[in-house]
Design a protein around this ligand. Structure first.
Ligand code: 5GP
Length: 143
């Protein structure tokens, strides 16, 4: 199983980027999009993606990396302001062997709250879209 491979233009995030699938969007500019994870590991779990097609960080153009992680930091700051977590996990998986399940580069932002359990990676339940839209709006306001 290789970490590399062809980019599948029908992966779920490519469909979201083309507007063919709904998402609870937080932020979008010409290079980046962010939205709530549909199967959140905790309240406020969101994803930040470069728009340019790449399977993982190894295949992301170096010029896109600074912008991506700068935007991730802005989101972490906004999540802290909006949701007041006790901690924030930032993760990013490269390759099936590492646990990656959607093969368009993305960074997870997972708020942690003292005393609140967190589900495992890809072990979350599908969230109510209206609840996700409310969280997205709170984070967007704090960006
Ligand atoms: P990965 O395993 O590739 O690091 O993460 C993929 C993430 O995408 C998982 O956390 C999963 O819950 C999330 N996800 C899977 N399908 C959808 C979807 O249709 N919409 C959204 N917003 N998130 C999704």
């Amino acid at each position: 199983m290789s970490i590399h491979g062809p980019y599948d233009p029908d992966n779920i995030f490519a469909k979201i980027l083309r507007g063919e699938m709904p998402c609870a969007k937080i932020y979008e500019d010409s290079h980046i999009i962010s939205f709530m994870d549909a199967f959140p590991q905790s309240k406020g779990h969101c994803l930040v993606l470069p728009k340019a097609p790449s399977r993982n960080l190894l295949e992301t153009a170096p010029k896109d990396i600074g912008r991506l992680f700068g935007t991730v930091q802005r989101h972490v700051i906004a999540v802290k302001k909006a949701l007041k977590p006790d901690g924030v996990i930032v993760t990013q998986f490269n390759g099936e062997a590492a646990g990656q399940t959607v093969f368009h580069t993305h960074v997870h932002i997972i708020p942690r709250f003292d005393g609140a359990a967190m589900s495992k990676h890809t072990g979350g339940q599908v969230a109510d879209i209206n609840a996700l839209e409310i969280l997205a709006a709170k984070i967007r306001t704090a960006l």
